[in-house]
Design a protein around this ligand. Sequence first.
Ligand code: ADP
Length: 437
Amino acid sequence: MLEEYFRETNEKKLLYQANKIAGSIQKENYLIDESKSAIFEKELEEKSKEESIRILVVDNKGIVVNDSNKTEIGKTYLVPEVVVALDGKDEANLRKEEGVVYASAYIENENSEKIGVVLLISSFDDVNNLIYEISQKWLLITIGISIIIGLIVFFTTQIFIGPLKNILRIIQRITEGQLHQRILIKGHNEFSQLGTAFNNMTEKLETVESSRQEFVSNVSHELKTPLSSIKVLSESILLQSDMPIEMYKEFLQDISSEIDRMTNIINDLLSLVKLDHKEAGLNIKETDINKMAEEILKRLYPLAEKKNIELFYESNKNMIIDADEVKLSLAISNLVENGIKYTPNNGMVKLIVDGDHQNCFISVQDTGIGINEEEQGKIFNRFYRVDKTRDRETGGTGLGLAITHSAVLLHNGSIKVISKENNGATFVVRLPIKYAE
Ligand code: ADP
């Protein structure tokens, strides 16, 4: 680009000078008037020195009339620029291999006949040298800048890659099962934030993993107990050769109730698994909460009657909620069943439906054994039972409240317990309402 630019300006400048000289030769009549040849020669010499260019004047036959270098006078000098100029066209050309620029301009007489040509030859070496110097410097600057950019990129990537490699190493260890691994947090930047988020996630993973293990061991334990009983009972039958038929029946009755217990546990586990499938498995419909409560109570009256427990129902507000009827009904039933289960004979269980403009509250109150404060935080855990021996008698699986809790959460609600030991218990379920009637 630079060469092109210099070439063009040089050619234009030289062409302009050639035209100027041709004009003055024409004006002063130097080519025709021989008496002026000495002045003509001197002027050309001065001009040549002044501009550091060689000036040749060629007549219309191509013979050199004047040469500032004096070497070509009288010789034929028909370079293409001269030929073209004699034809009436001024021209300037760079001759790269010679390192010079040629520019020609024709001289006319009064009748506009071409009587000669002014040919200027100027060195292009200076420009070539300049371009060479610039390109050399440019090359050095480019190499320098590239090295600096390279170093900056190298060091900045090192700064980023270091912590990333560390995170990657920890991820690999966690993938191998070492869930206790944590990222060391240094400073306060995006990496430390990423590390903190990652550590929180790993902590959650660890909790999930340990609760999964606990759950599996609980399930195994819960199923093992009735199985061992069945084993003992059946072996007793086998060992006794002449057992009375009544005894047989009694043992088989025990085996049957152990099987019922296992069936209960498995059914409850299946309910929990279904609830674990989250929103996808929900069959949401507009549900009249009072109607649902009445139906639950109707189903459970016989159970309460067996213990001579009075079942009360109080409805303070009519509300419609969005609910999966089967799952929510199971959740509330569990609470009422627990009320009956953990209230001694001749007690009372009350179901109250109330609400405000946003939520409905379903409370299940009983006059039973209550739950001490320490246990209240644990009763929603799977397989948690306050009194294991009593629960074996009542047939509890320890999964009822876990099922209720999951179902309530799936309906965007919450559950809490208010109780004192030996002073009854109240479970309150809060659910968002769709509209009140
Ligand atoms: P279970 O099948 O043993 O009843 P739940 O998950 O329903 O299991 O309840 C967990 C434990 O919470 C019970 O074992 C019982 O000790 C306690 N509990 C639940 N409801 C009541 C209640 N209404 N009164 C007293 N204790 C309760």
